[in-house]
Design a protein around this ligand. Structure first.
Ligand code: FES
Length: 291
């Protein structure tokens, strides 16, 4: 029988042993969403709407790169590299706050949904917070000339940063947090009947299925729009959302997608929503992948 990687088993143990964080996690997530509500502006920037994917992983390169470089200089750079190592520690600290904010806003949007990813996200944040604290102490020690103490704190920071980075990778690559939730949708290549046309009322989002693909179908001014129902952001059910202008708004975090082409009118989704061609044929609504 295939063995699971030990690191995966460890993340499962962290999930199982951190259920006590659920209450506090929910309160913190609500507070963050209150400070940074959906509605465009700063929230959309922090969510990476302008980039087309989350901003957080891009920003993490700065503290991770600066601190890793500082630690390498500490270990093999010799005395002449001490000023450069000190500067790198400071650069990493300066980048840590905006990096953390992008992570916190992404994490706050894991509600509602799988509580295990919220627990892991909190542990990830705690590890990275510890890393920042250790590098802060390292910088303070270096500034007062206590180089060896600074190096020791830096090594402790590198260890915490490694743990935080590993958990971040687990969240994204093993648990799919922040990835486009529609990336692997199987699109209907040819016209596929999805529901009776009589089931549609004007301006009422209606759930449908194209094979196994959940859709939301909207009839408006004689035109029928079909869009993937699972929100690309975190998988919210768009058929439960409201129509706002020429868009449909996700009921979970308020992303707005244009009915005509699925483009993002407002985040936090950084990904457009797949749309499909739709027609009525023999009393049935049919859809197919846009050509
Ligand atoms: S799931 Fe977050 S906006 Fe849709």
């Amino acid at each position: 029988m295939a063995e699971r990687p030990r690191a995966h088993a460890l993340s499962e143990r962290i999930v199982a042993s951190s259920a006590a964080l659920d209450g506090a996690g929910s309160v913190i997530a609500k507070k963050i969403r209150g400070i940074m509500p959906a509605g465009g502006g700063v929230k959309d920037v922090l969510s990476g709407v302008f980039l087309g994917h989350a901003l957080h992983p891009l920003l993490t390169d700065v503290p991770i790169g600066a601190w890793t470089s500082a630690t390498i200089l500490d270990l093999v750079g010799g005395e002449s590299s001490r000023p450069a190592a000190q500067k790198l520690v400071g650069i990493g600290l300066a980048a840590a706050a905006p990096t953390a904010w992008t992570g916190w806003t992404d994490w706050a949007d894991t509600e509602p949904g799988n509580p295990t990813v919220r627990r892991l996200g909190l542990v990830h944040a705690a590890a990275n917070g510890t890393a920042a604290l250790m590098y802060g102490l390292s910088l303070a020690a270096r500034r007062r000339g206590a180089h060896t103490t600074g190096v020791v704190f830096g090594l402790a920071g590198a260890g915490a940063m490694g743990a935080g980075g590993w958990l971040g990778g687990d969240l994204v690559f093993a648990r799919g947090v922040g990835v486009n939730q529609t990336a692997f949708d199987a699109e209907p290549g040819d016209w596929t009947a999805v529901l009776d046309a009589s089931m549609l009322s004007d301006d009422r989002p209606t759930a449908a299925l194209a094979g196994e693909l959940p859709l939301v179908v909207v009839k408006r001014d004689g035109t029928i729009y079909a869009m993937a129902d699972r929100c690309a952001h975190r998988g919210g059910p768009l058929h439960e959302g409201e129509l706002e202008g020429d868009c449909i708004a996700c009921p979970w975090h308020g992303s707005r997608f244009r009915l005509a082409d699925g483009s993002v009118e407002r985040g936090p989704s950084a990904y457009p929503q797949p749309v499909y061609e739709a027609r009525v044929h023999d009393g049935r609504v049919e859809v197919r992948a846009a050509r």
